[in-house]
Design a protein around this ligand. Structure first.
Ligand code: DGL
Length: 270
């Protein structure tokens, strides 16, 4: 495997761009290929079988582009499909769960950790299982917050409706006095301002994508795969559908306008 080969990143849609935004900071000289399965989003309300099938197709698409490693920048796919992906493909694959868990355990002082994510991530208990595996004494409280995904995509960051919905979702976790809250969905960092306001400044928010990005660097370094070029790396974005508002929404997630964007046909995934 060549050091200059790109790093592959995939998500069910555009949530994974919040991870690319972190990678831009930490690994600016790596070449990146992003795939967002915008035609089949959301994954968070689909069955495990479907998410595994889609995730394998997404990974294969990236492998065909000669990526040197894959980041599953989707908590739902990480929760459900990571094991299968690692079994099926002989390439380093990093998910969101383990790094998020590690960061939360490092931060919590009172041992009470909240987790928010899609229905799939929460129902599969991906975070709570891993947290309790690391430390049986932790108290973990989980809550599915499915409406956060469309609110983030609509860019309703400061909207009163977002605040109302966030209050409804988060009040219970606040009452449990969690001191650390894992944002277990790559869409959620977009709404971190309102989430922080409701939880209060004493609660540390863990951005699972940020935690995963910092692990990727040591991962590449450890395997002698770090691109040592001093040039800014190339970024290529592929999506399976191109909705009208895509560029506006994507730039909210990425924090800058997107270039080199291509739509692929779904058949290319089969
Ligand atoms: N970005 C996905 C995640 O991190 C959520 C969106 C979806 O439901 O597909 O779980």
């Amino acid at each position: 495997m060549n050091r200059t080969n790109p790093v592959g990143v995939f998500d069910s849609g555009i949530g994974g761009l919040t991870v690319v935004k972190e990678l831009d900071q930490i690994l600016p000289n790596e070449n990146l290929i992003y795939f967002g399965d915008t035609a089949r989003v959301p994954y968070g309300s689909k069955s495990n079988e479907t998410v595994i099938e889609y995730s394998k197709q997404d990974a294969k698409f990236l492998l065909n582009k000669n990526v040197k490693m894959i980041i599953v920048a989707c908590n739902t796919a990480s929760s459900v499909a990571l094991k299968e992906l690692r079994k099926s493909f002989d390439i380093p694959i990093v998910g969101m769960i383990e790094p998020g868990v590690k960061a939360a355990i490092e931060k919590t002082k009172n041992g009470k950790i909240g987790v928010i994510g899609t229905h799939s991530t929460i129902n599969n208990k991906a975070y709570s299982r891993e947290l309790l595996k690391q430390n049986k004494k932790l108290q973990v409280y989980e809550k599915a917050c499915p409406l956060f995904v469309p609110l983030a995509e609509e860019g309703m960051i400061d909207h009163p409706a977002t605040k109302l919905i966030a209050e409804d979702y988060l009040t219970e976790l606040k009452k449990k006095k969690v001191d650390t809250l894992i944002l277990g969905c790559t869409h959620y960092p977009i709404l971190s301002k309102v989430i922080q306001e409701i939880m209060g400044n004493n609660v540390t928010l863990i951005d699972s994508g940020k935690a995963a990005s910092s692990i990727v660097e040591s991962y590449l370094q450890g395997r002698g795969l770090r691109n040592e070029s001093h040039q800014i790396g190339k970024r290529e974005y592929y999506v399976s559908d191109l909705p009208q508002k895509f560029k506006t929404i994507a730039s909210t997630f990425l924090g800058k306008p997107i270039s080199d964007l291509r739509k692929i046909d779904l058949e290319e995934l089969f």
